[in-house]
Design a protein around this ligand. Structure first.
Ligand code: BES
Ligand code: MN
Ligand code: MN
Length: 462
């Protein structure tokens, strides 16, 4: 019987080439002009799952992009692992900041990745990480090592809020029934510091529009006499944080789960180098909520950030104008117990209340989701821990992440199962940024570790 290690060694080139082919398709879910490519990617994932040994694979239609569903059922008395991932990617903008085109994958060596890393949009988030599961399945089926049932659910709208997935999950409880959900769409602390993500933040995403006069005005003739919506919007946004960087929306913190001193002390044990963190981002200092460390600020505390702001004249040269409208996109990252719909309402009421009479304000909610925490005493977590111990030779550190996969909380609500987040990305992989990449070492280590999870989870479920 071949070990995963030797199977991976023998098939490494093919594993890389197959992923590279998948990365060439620009499956940008946010931009409707890429619709054909998104659909083509779903087809490619279907073929890959069939080749890896699924008994049945279907492309399930939804009101939006389809969900690729595949399964291999050995015996209904065995446990079932449901693997979730996404085949859509973020838009690659700004294109000029990429060293090589985002959909023409290249392998380059970096300081952190002397074995090489694949540079392409989606390399880590999430095509590369999702594909580790396809190749892990291939290994388990070809070497007769699959110990339990497996289902795959790979969606095409994660980067735009997973609204069709919610629709699909609600209608398919039976089909999706499982004992544990397994996802690789997060990161780990470092290549030599394995960690398992035990928390995801929730999200409320809104767009605001501030309207002043009914048309753009000459800024000399009217300047000083009517409200400039950009000036007003800037003021309103600035007022959303106080001098301690607390969010000023009344009621915002009411439901926030406060960690005990013991829990915070445990968190602080995870290795973290503030100097290296600052250096990697070229910043002279960090910035955030008073009373909390950097790692607390970006995981267990809620935030409010402007993602984009626009209005007025931004073309060549100068145009003297008071614009009629100003806009911003604002996201709030939420923590356990905060309800995203309640927070969206609190934001809306507050934002409308702070607007001066001189302008009109419109708040449009986009999407959202609840936070999620994986208990470290559940079978799935313990099985994952053993899997990492086996392939990394170290016990992984549980760590809450600041990112969001809003659908995970919905899985628990609808399917009543826990999710294990076995992510193999690194912060430096630049997901959502120019020059996204994924280390070949990480990719192969994931393929090696996943079958171990299946093994231990089946063992421990007996
Ligand atoms: N894979 C990420 C989320 C992530 C990355 C979590 C790293 C933890 C560590 C996912 O694709 C993502 O980008 N999610 C979005 C939310 C979505 C609703 C657009 C996010 O977190 O901004
Ligand atoms: Mn992702
Ligand atoms: Mn993403």
């Amino acid at each position: 019987m071949k070990s995963a290690k030797s199977y991976i060694q023998d098939n490494k080139e093919r594993f890389l080439n197959e992923l590279i082919e998948l990365l060439k398709i620009p499956s940008i879910s946010a931009d409707p002009s890429y619709k054909e490519d998104v659909l083509k990617t779903a087809e490619a994932v279907k073929t890959a799952l069939e080749n890896a040994g699924c008994d049945t694979v279907e492309i399930c239609e939804t009101p939006g992009y389809p969900i690729v569903y595949g399964e291999k059922i050995l015996n209904k008395n065995l446990p079932t692992v449901l693997v979730y991932g996404h085949y859509d990617v973020q838009p690659p903008d700004p294109l000029e900041l990429w060293d090589s085109p985002p959909f023409e994958p290249v392998i380059k060596k970096t300081d952190l990745h002397p074995e090489g890393a694949i540079f392409a949009r989606g390399a880590c988030d999430d095509k590369g990480q999702m594909y580790m599961h396809v190749k892990a399945l291939e290994y388990m089926t070809t070497s007769n090592q699959l110990p339990c049932n497996v289902k795959f659910m790979i969606e095409g709208e994660e980067e735009v809020g997973s609204s069709s997935l919610g629709w699909f999950v609600k209608r398919n409880h039976q089909k999706l029934a499982n004992d544990i959900i397994l996802i690789s769409d997060t990161g780990m602390i470092a290549k030599d510091v394995p960690s398992i993500t035990t928390g995801l933040r929730g999200l409320s995403y809104v767009e605001v529009e501030v309207t002043g006069p009914n048309r753009d005005l000459h800024s000399g003739l009217y300047g000083g006499a009517v409200a400039n919506p950009i000036n007003i919007l800037a003021k309103m946004i600035a007022s959303l944080h106080d001098e301690n960087n607390h969010i000023t929306i009344p009621g915002f913190y009411d439901d926030v789960e406060e960690l005990t001193q013991a829990e915070r002390a445990k968190m602080a044990e995870a290795p973290f180098n503030l100097e290296a963190y600052k250096k990697a981002l070229d910043i002279a200092d960090v910035y955030g909520e008073k009373g909390y460390t950097t790692n607390e600020r970006n995981s267990i505390r809620p935030t409010l950030d402007v993602n984009g702001i626009w209005g007025g004249y931004i073309g060549e040269g100068a145009k003297t104008v008071i614009p009629s409208k100003a806009y911003a996109k604002i996201s709030m990252r939420l923590v356990p117990n905060q309800d995203w719909e309640k927070i969206t309402k609190l934001f809306t009421t507050h934002f409308e209340s702070i607007a001066p009479e001189a302008v009109k304000v419109k708040v449009t909610p986009h999407h959202g989701g609840q936070a999620y925490v994986t208990p470290i005493d559940c079978t799935g977590y313990k099985a994952a821990e053993k899997a990492y111990e086996n392939t990394f030779g170290k016990t992984p550190i549980p760590q809450r992440s600041g990112g969001s996969i809003p659908i995970v909380a919905l899985f628990e609500k609808e399917l009543k199962s826990k999710t294990i987040l076995m992510g193999f990305g690194l912060d430096s992989d630049a997901i959502h940024s120019p020059n996204e990449h994924y280390g070949i070492w990480n990719y192969l280590k994931g393929i090696e570790t996943i079958p171990q999870f299946f093994h231990y989870f089946t063992e421990m479920s007996k």
